[in-house]
Design a protein around this ligand. Structure first.
Ligand SMILES: [Zn+2]
Length: 172
């Protein structure tokens, strides 16, 4: 990614950045310490890269949708209704979320780089929330129909995902 920095002579206090094509244009206050500037630019860079990644991921939503339909057929006799499933750019620690009411599922963008069996566990987990919103015993009985669920849980924890999506959030 190419970066062009424009130092503003005016008394601006904050940095802003935008992407035009593959070039990131940064407006920074003149006289900002290099180290501080670099830190902020790195953060912008990460954010833009993530946004781009998610746009790429969600360019072909039918792939995720197909996989989800297959898992629905295999583990739920195809009974579940799903309005949408997509990758979320904001889920760094939470592997997925399911809105029981709107029947929409979002899964962490990080799963794209993980093995399919891990991603499929997350899909099964979120699908199970369409049946059981809470992490109840019957919920886990459903999830455990997926043979690799125990192993996938360990994998996700090792990658820094929360072991148990917080109970406080109904969308988990
Ligand atoms: Zn859950």
């Amino acid at each position: 990614m190419e970066i062009k920095i424009n130092f503003s002579p005016r008394r601006i206090k904050t940095i802003n950045a935008r992407m035009i094509g593959d070039i990131m244009y940064v407006n920074a206050p003149a006289g900002m310490p290099q180290e501080q500037l670099q830190k902020i630019i790195d953060r912008f860079k990460k954010r833009f890269e993530k946004r781009k990644l998610v746009q790429e991921l969600n360019k072909t939503p039918e792939i995720l949708k197909e996989e989800t339909n297959r898992l629905n057929n295999q583990y739920f006799s195809g009974r579940l209704e799903i309005s949408s499933i997509e990758y979320s750019p904001n889920q760094d620690r939470i592997f997925g979320s399911c809105n029981h009411r709107t029947k929409t599922i979002r899964i962490s963008y990080r799963l794209k780089k993980m093995p399919d069996w891990v991603r499929n566990y997350v899909i099964v987990h979120e699908l199970a929330h369409l049946v059981e919103p809470n992490h109840s015993e019957s919920f886990w009985n459903i999830v455990n129909r997926y043979p690799l669920s125990e192993r996938a849980r360990g994998y996700l924890i090792a990658k820094g995902f929360e072991s148990n999506e917080s109970e406080k959030d109904v969308e988990n």
